[in-house]
Design a protein around this ligand. Structure first.
Ligand code: 3SL
Length: 241
């Protein structure tokens, strides 16, 4: 297995696709997606465009759907949900399909649509992602951070490092053997330094600070936990997780 980490969707090679692509948006899209599926959501369908989300979700029975939308950290007017995983309770989401659009996370997922396997990872479901990779042994794996409007984000890279670190621990591969690019080594170093204080790292991250200004302290706490949900958000058809 060769692992490549890309800090943002824009940094992925345009002319290639891996055997397995993993989109990461710890704050907060992929944390929300994992939470919805763990709480019994029927599926999650992602959109970068709000108008398209509305058009597609209109065709779904209203009692079977939920619309979630975030722009600039805030909820989109008229939608039932914003992008807080804490709002995705079992009572609300069980048996319903979530139609979601967020600023960066859904863009990362859409960038890797051409890969045969597309997963959504966060810290909270890291172990399930690692287990899948160990079982399926794809030859090439990309972990693609969502970043923030094209820029690096600490929280996505630390999650990439958490996945890579666990792969090194559970295989006979050294980190040099696993790493397809230098970003893997730096992501592992970042995770190794912060693994005992991931909440502290999220507080330092620029998007973490943006969310703190929006009073989302509990979201940061929740998203900083590791391996709490045994759920594998995996794409089975275009746009559906
Ligand atoms: O950009 C995104 O996709 C987000 O997840 C942003 S937020 O955490 O909901 O503000």
């Amino acid at each position: 297995m060769k692992l490549f980490v890309y800090h943002t969707p824009e940094l992925t090679p345009m002319d290639k696709a891996p055997d397995c692509a993993i989109a990461v948006d710890v704050l907060r899209a992929t944390s929300t997606i994992a939470t919805v599926l763990a709480a019994g959501g029927e599926a999650v369908q992602v959109f970068s465009d709000l108008d398209q989300l509305i058009e597609v979700s209109e065709k779904w029975p209203s009692e079977k759907r939920l619309r979630a939308g975030e722009r600039g950290g805030a909820k989109v007017t008229g939608f039932e949900l914003g992008n807080s995983p804490l709002d995705c309770t079992q009572e609300l989401v069980a048996g319903r399909r979530l139609f979601i659009s967020t600023t960066n996370g859904t863009r990362a997922l859409q960038r890797v649509q051409e890969s045969p396997a597309v997963l959504a990872a966060a810290l909270i479901n890291r172990a399930a992602i690692v287990q899948y990779l160990l079982e399926k042994q794809p030859e090439t794996v990309w972990i693609v951070g969502s970043g923030w409007e094209g820029s690096f984000s600490l929280e996505d890279t630390v999650c990439a490092g958490a996945i890579a670190h666990s792969l090194v621990q559970q295989t006979k591969l050294s980190q040099e053997e696993l790493a397809g690019n230098d970003e893997v080594i730096s992501a592992i170093a970042l995770y190794s330094q912060w693994q005992s204080d991931l909440l502290g790292l999220l507080h330092q991250a620029s998007h973490g600070q943006r969310l703190l200004r929006l009073e989302c302290h509990e979201d940061l706490k929740y998203c900083s936990q590791t391996d709490i949900l045994d759920v594998l958000p995996i794409q089975r058809e275009i746009g559906v997780l």
